[in-house]
Each structure stands twice: as structure tokens, then as C-alpha cells.
Write a protein that binds this ligand. Structure first.
Ligand code: FAQ
Length: 325
């Protein structure tokens, strides 16, 4: 279906239509599923929304790893609710992408065949309970920094999905920070665990915003189309400026000797992540890439009988062979 859609709209990319489309974007109008759009716009959205949806689904795995081992019943209930929220975010986003003419099954197959990505951050392991605090604080914190501007993205269904998602992400970040507060104010060993989690999650969190602006392939076109509202470096800077005072409050140290306040720019100077590590993770060579993909493939295979059963039922119903419910 996706391939057919690509073919049928490609010939529509004429200069007049493109100019009228850009004028709508520039005027701040939302583009809706039945509106004409350039093929590049549609493809960029499918790539970004699909990657975002996959990230929400794969993103359940590192935290899901701790549901059975949360230290109290209350922490368990909170973590369970958070992980379920991430599944819901994935579903909103798959629905938004489906309005562009690609099915959820097609996107899942593209992920499993390595033709679509998910966020690099979820290829890092969660080895202690403090990592669950660090994910909520840093990973959800970075996600919010990226997603709040995306509420104003030009594509209507994506924008509306982001509004719902951002409401829940704020709770996620607070629960992570709350875990960090307990750990940082706990025993010496708990504080050491909190610092260790910050040390391991700091640079991977900075990588979530994508490559530096000079190396970002898609940013300039995506920003012209208002699919992206801010550049990767702008968001990374804002994240650092927001997070450093929070680390100070926790009495934890950001693992960057170059970090210092720059009065002239009104923000912190900080060290870039190791981009060779980022590219290695994107190529599939991060610490947990193969475990994450194995888990998704197993879930897809285990769910096959349900999908087949539902399809068979729908086909029978369409043929009038099932009694009305
Ligand atoms: N990981 O030209 P750009 C969450 C790829 S939040 C993997 O700059 P673009 C919540 C990029 O796709 C996490 N790949 O690309 C949660 C492109 O490759 P391609 C998800 C990355 O699209 C919290 C290439 O590098 N959030 O899940 C990454 O303009 C806790 C060149 O990059 C979103 O997806 C990366 N970090 O900008 C869940 C937000 N960075 O496709 C559970 C929406 C870049 O050409 C627990 N997405 N790449 O093969 C975006 O804002 C953008 O897509 C960026 C990348 C900023 C991620």
C-alpha cells in the first residue's frame, strides 16, 4: 500500500503546488491527511513518526526489566503505569503514521528488517534501580525537550498525538527525578549508584537529539516544512541548561570536566558526545541492540496467531459468514 501511495503522488510535485503548500506551512496552517502534500513531506513524516513510535515500544524494554524488582509495591505500580503509558504513546504515533498511507504492520516489518530505526538510547542496559531514576529524569527529560516543540509540528495528527504524549511525559520525568532524590539522599551506596547511573546515561541522553546541526541530514528541509521546530543542537543546549541545576540540586556531578557556565551565550559550554559511539549504536553495535531486536522479533512471532485470527474473523464477517454482534 505504501509503495502504491508513493507512486501515485510522485507526479504531483509540481512547482505551483509546492509553492502553495509551503505558503500554508509558512502561514502556520496544519496539514491534514486528505490534503495534498509533497512526497518528500509524507516520507519524512513516516520516517520520523515511525521511528518515534518504534522508540516508544522498544523503550519499554529497559524499564520493563525492573518491574519485577522495583524496591516497593508503590514503585512497582508507578513503573508499571509508566511503561504502559509508553505502549500507549507508541499506539497514538502508529495511528498518526497510518494516516500517511503506511500500515502499522508495514512499519513493524521495516523495523524488524533493519529498514527503520528506533532511538539510540534504548540500546543501553539498565543494570541498577538507579538507572530507572536516570531514565525518567534524563531520557524522559530529553524526550520532553524534543517533544514540547513538536506539539506545534505542521502535520495535524502528529501534533495532536504529541499534545497527549507530553502531558504524560511530564509525570514520567517527575517520577524519575523522585527516584534520584531518594537515592541521592539515601545511604552512601545509594548515592554512589545514583552518580554511577548519571555517569552512564549522560552522554547517551545527549545523543538522543541526533547529530550536530552540521551533520544532520534532514534538519534543514524538516525545519522548512515545520516537521521539526528546533534544530538538534538547539534542543541539546536547552537540555543541558535545564539539567545542570537539577544535578546540582541532587548534589550529583555531571561527568564532563569541560562543563562550565558561559555568561556571553547565557548557557553552559559542554563536551560533545563521542559521535563514533553514536554511529556504532545506530549500525546495530550498541550494548543491547541485538537483545532489543530479538525481543521485538519474538513478540511479533508470538502475536502472529492473534493477528491471523483477527484477520480471518474480519474476512468472514465481511463475507457475511459471522452472526452480527
Ligand atoms: N537514535 O538528520 P538527522 C521516547 C538518525 S523519546 C537513532 O538529524 P532527524 C520517549 C536519523 O533518524 C525517543 N537514530 O535526523 C521514551 C537519521 O537517520 P535516517 C524518540 C537517530 O530525523 C522515554 C540520521 O540519524 N523520540 O521514545 C538518532 O532530522 C523513555 C541523521 O539524523 C523521537 O523520535 C537517535 N538518537 O532528527 C520512551 C522524537 N538521532 O532516518 C520510553 C522525534 C538521529 O536518515 C522510555 N524525532 N538519528 O536513516 C526527532 O525529533 C528526530 O527524528 C531526531 C533526529 C531529532 C531524533
Amino acid at each position: 500500500m505504501y509503495a502504491q501511495m508513493v507512486e501515485s503522488t510522485a507526479s504531483d510535485d509540481d512547482p505551483e503546488k509546492l509553492a502553495a503548500f509551503q505558503a500554508r506551512i509558512d502561514a502556520g496552517e496544519k496539514i491534514e491527511p486528505k490534503d495534498w502534500m509533497p512526497e518528500g513531506y509524507r516520507k519524512t513524516l513516516i520516517r520520523q513518526i515511525g521511528q518515534h513510535a518504534h522508540s516508544e515500544i522498544v523503550g519499554q524494554l529497559p524499564e520493563g526489566n525492573w518491574i519485577t524488582r522495583a524496591p516497593t509495591l508503590e514503585r512497582k505500580a508507578i513503573l508499571l503505569a509508566k511503561v504502559q503509558d509508553e505502549a500507549g504513546h507508541g499506539l497514538y504515533l502508529y495511528c498518526a503514521a497510518e494516516t500517511l498511507g503506511v500500515s502499522r504492520d508495514e512499519m513493524t516489518e521495516m523495523l524488524l528488517e533493519g529498514r527503520m530505526k528506533y532511538s539510540s538510547i534504548f540500546n543501553y542496559p539498565t543494570v541498577t534501580w538507579a538507572d530507572i531514576g536516570a531514565i525518567g529524569w534524563l531520557v524522559d527529560g530529553a524526550a520532553i525537550m524534543n517533544q514540547v516543540p513538536l506539539q506545534r509540528t505542521s502535520y495535524g495528527p502528529y501534533s495532536r498525538a504529541m499534545i497527549r504524549i507530553c502531558k504524560e511525559e511530564s509525570f514520567h520525568m517527575r517520577q524519575g527525578f523522585d527516584i534520584m532524590m531518594k537515592m541521592a539522599n539515601g545511604s552512601r551506596e545509594q548515592k554512589r549508584m545514583a552518580q554511577d547511573a548519571l555517569n552512564r546515561f549522560w552522554y547517551p541522553s545527549l545523543m538522543m537529539f541526533g547529530p550536530s546541526d552540521g551533520d544532520s541530514v534532514h534538519s534543514s528541509q524538516s525545519m522548512a516544512w515545520k516537521i521539526k521546530i528546533s534544530s538538534n543542537d538547539e534542543l541539546r543546549q536547552k537540555f543541558v541548561d535545564q539539567t545542570v541545576p537539577q544535578a546540582d540540586y541532587l548534589d550529583l556531578k555531571i561527568p564532563d570536566p569541560e562543563l562550565k557556565w558561559n555568561q556571553d551565550k547565557g548557557g553552559y559550554d559542554f563536551s560533545e558526545p563521542d559521535w563514533s559511539e553514536f554511529h556504532a549504536v545506530l549500525k546495530g553495535n550498541g550494548p543491547c541492540n541485538s537483545d532489543r531486536m530479538k525481543a521485538r522479533i519474538r513478540a511479533w512471532e508470538d502475536g502472529r496467531w492473534v493477528r491471523d485470527g483477527l484477520m480471518a474473523h474480519a474476512q468472514k464477517k465481511a463475507a457475511g459468514k459471522v452472526a452480527a454482534e
